[in-house]
Design a protein around this ligand. Structure first.
Ligand SMILES: Nc1nc2c(c(=O)[nH]1)N[C@H]1C(S)=C(S)[C@@H](COP(=O)(O)O)O[C@H]1N2
Ligand SMILES: [Mo]
Length: 410
């Protein structure tokens, strides 16, 4: 990994020289810089290597960064506009040349390890555009607030991933008939820095793992996956909470029971089976909770940006994306009268299964003044987004309420 720090954690001479060059002067007490200390002049922009400067930083230890919705206007989300969600710390050294993936667990006939080069050579590569949305996207809409990142609606992206199918690798390894689940292992570091602890190790039922679109990927948008997003290898599973898409992937365990890794316990990524009174806890057993699987139907307006001022008489073009977990979206509508009437939008098919769909429409506003534009998607099962915040839940997950923007016609 291209770090500014050397192996002992001190700023490299080259980084110091680069900084001195930009500052136009030397750092006088450079020899007194504490270990792992990043001089302020390096700035957040540099620490957030290559990210758009309008990204919203939720926290830097670990890095959690959100996209404002107008930055998500592209059909394929560019890397600099992708949200980041880390549960631990990015691995300090990444040796891509010697990177390996080990497939083990109770339900493999015998464990097997592949080098990254072997994976690339041995199996057929595929490219899919996949929607990855954090299970906690929209959490800031819940009251009382629940713990965790207070995401707005921008913890979602739809990049183009290239890699091999997990099912091809599992067929090569050979599974026992009792395989029911997989769990991933990544090389990131637990916040406590305890090497025995994993920051996160989640998974999916074997049926989801075996889908064509479930990839072990090394490319994002045609380039090496950036460090923040899991360089050099990542499990990518579209349509489910993005927490099942393990970054810095080094292992997959094929389990004969529901995977029990870090962040599979408590109420992590789980929803109450029955409604819960806001602010109350319930026992964290299977009787009360279910693990989140396919994400609910959702849509966003990526143009215009909320707060837009539009000259009266103009027709306003409006556009965005819609997605519905494992399902397709069949209808997107917008309303300018607080949901009294809805107008159908033009909706495109997804480029492939599990990719978001683009919609657009045009609106003519009757008179000058303040309006809200609301957008609502309906999936192929006939399920629509709620107009108000859905049922409160202790983890603050799955807020798929209709997105709305404010516009002024002047
Ligand atoms: N190894 C590892 N994989 C991980 C995580 C992590 O902290 N470590 N975070 C998960 C969560 S909760 C989310 S929402 C997505 C975020 O992916 P991104 O940072 O590429 O947007 O990665 C998932 N995979
Ligand atoms: Mo997440």
């Amino acid at each position: 990994m291209k770090s500014h720090f050397d192996r002992r954690g001190f700023l490299k001479k080259t980084s110091l020289a680069a900084l001195a060059a930009t500052l136009g002067t030397e750092i006088v007490f450079a020899d007194k810089l504490p270990r792992k200390y990043m001089p302020l002049a390096f700035g957040e922009k540099d620490a957030l290597k290559g990210k758009n400067t309008n990204m919203i930083v939720q926290g830097d230890r670990p890095w959690n960064v959100e996209s404002p919705l107008d930055l998500l206007d592209d059909r394929i989300t560019p890397v600099d506009k992708m949200f980041i969600r880390n549960n631990g710390l990015i691995p300090e050294t990444i040796d891509a040349k010697n990177w390996t993936l080990t497939i083990d667990g109770e339900s493999v006939k015998a464990p097997k390890t592949y080098t990254l080069a072997e994976l690339k050579k041995k199996f057929k590569p595929y490219t899919y555009q996949l929607t990855l949305e954090c299970g906690g996207n929209g959490r800031s809409g819940y009251y009382p607030p629940t713990s965790g990142n207070q995401w707005g609606q921008g913890a979602v992206h739809c990049g183009q991933w290239t890699g091999v199918r997990l099912k091809d690798i599992l067929a090569d390894v050979g599974l026992k008939s009792d395989a029911v689940y997989i769990g991933y292992h990544g090389k990131d570091i637990h916040l406590s820095r305890d090497p025995k602890k994993e920051a996160i190790s989640r998974g999916v039922p074997i049926t989801k793992a075996m889908e064509d679109e479930t990839l072990i990927a090394w490319q994002l948008n045609g380039q090496d996956i950036p460090e923040f997003h899991g360089f050099p290898l990542r499990l990518v599973i579209g349509g489910w909470p993005a927490s099942v898409s393990g970054k810095w992937l080094s292992g997959i365990s094929v389990r004969n029971k529901v995977h029990d890794g870090a962040k599979m316990e408590g109420h992590s990524y789980k929803m109450p089976r029955n409604p819960v009174a806001p602010g109350t806890e319930i026992p964290t057993t299977d009787e009360y909770y279910r693990i989140i699987e396919s994400m609910p139907v959702k849509s966003m307006i990526t143009f215009p940006k909320t707060g837009a001022v539009i000259p009266s008489g103009e027709v306003l073009p409006l556009r965005g994306h819609a997605w519905a977990g494992d399902h397709a979206v069949k209808k997107v509508e917008v309303s300018i009268d607080f949901g009294s009437t809805w107008q159908d939008c033009k909706l495109e098919n997804p480029v492939n299964r599990l990719a978001w769909q683009h919609w657009n429409t045009q609106i003519k506003f009757p008179v000058k003044g303040y309006y809200e534009v609301w957008v609502r998607a309906t999936d192929e099962k006939g399920v629509s987004q709620p107009m108000v915040i859905p049922a409160w839940n202790p983890g603050g997950y799955l807020n798929n309420a209709c997105e709305r923007i404010a516009v002024k016609i002047s």
